[in-house]
Design a protein around this ligand. Structure first.
Ligand code: AP5
Ligand code: MG
Ligand code: ZN
Length: 214
């Protein structure tokens, strides 16, 4: 099962990817999480990515593509994968298609998670992320038992630097300009499945499962 989750910032890609990953037993690969993990460990890649992320811009294609290529070559991807936040440009989509073809693989479904802009802003400004394990909460829609503590590991919850409203707006503009053309791209390939991301987390999951199980 080879899935791509497409959608604007705050669409719920990470939330759904976590659930699908545990239900179907395939790895969740988030390029944003890979960058944040590198930043936490103080690597050169982390420092480089942060420059772009803080401005709400995309990290250059050549950097991202190499990372995904290496990750997909790991053995846990043999039974499938869920790509969250990749591809985000036509060049990344072309590169993905080529690298999968090299190993006789292909994408099964591109889940296009649709949400209006105002929902995005509301979701991201109240999102809290665990510094230790990366688990994601929402102060209203999925609140932790204590506002500043992760229910899963006891780690500290923080607001991502790029979740300030002005940076969220910049990320949305970047999405419209560079990523939304992939909707047509995958429509033409016959892979696009539209999902209503404005519904509840459980409803969105059911809609995705209906597509994947068909
Ligand atoms: P990335 O980390 O991928 O951020 P993003 O795409 O902007 O998406 P988010 O993680 O903000 O949102 P999400 O859709 O995962 O929503 P979530 O499930 O958390 O990328 C960050 C940056 O890295 C980019 O800006 C770029 O610089 C760089 N980058 C990454 N990949 C790249 C690439 N391929 N190329 C170039 N650069 C790249 O949900 C959001 C909140 O809403 C949470 O609080 C959640 O609890 C809540 N929520 C979720 N679903 C629901 C629901 N149904 N109802 C109510 N609340 C909900
Ligand atoms: Mg995410
Ligand atoms: Zn945690």
């Amino acid at each position: 099962m080879n899935l791509v989750l497409l959608g604007p910032p705050g669409a719920g890609k990470g939330t759904q990817a976590e659930r699908i990953s545990s239900i179907y037993g395939v790895p969740h690969i988030s390029t944003g999480d890979i960058f944040r993990d590198n930043l936490k460990r103080g690597t050169e890649l982390g420092r480089k990515a942060k420059e772009y992320m803080d401005r709400g811009e995309l990290v250059p294609d050549e950097v991202v593509i190499g990372i995904v290529r290496d990750r997909l070559a790991e053995p846990d991807c043999d039974r499938g994968f869920i790509l969250d936040g990749f591809p985000r440009t036509a060049a990344q989509a072309d590169a993905l298609k080529a690298m999968l073809a090299e190993t006789g693989k292909a994408i099964d479904h591109v889940l296009n998670v649709q949400v209006p802009e105002e929902v995005v802003v509301q979701r991201l400004t109240a999102r809290r992320t665990c510094r230790s394990c990366g688990k994601v909460f929402h102060l209203v829609f999925d609140p932790p038992a204590r506002e500043d503590t992760c229910d899963a590991c006891g780690g500290e919850l923080y607001c991502r630097d790029d979740d300030r409203e002005d940076t969220v707006r910049a990320r949305l503009r970047e999405y419209e300009a560079k990523t939304s053309p992939l909707i047509d791209y995958y429509q033409r390939e016959g892979l696009l499945r539209n999902i209503n991301g404005a519904a509840s987390m459980e409803e969105v999951l059911q809609e995705i499962r209906a597509v994947v199980d068909k």
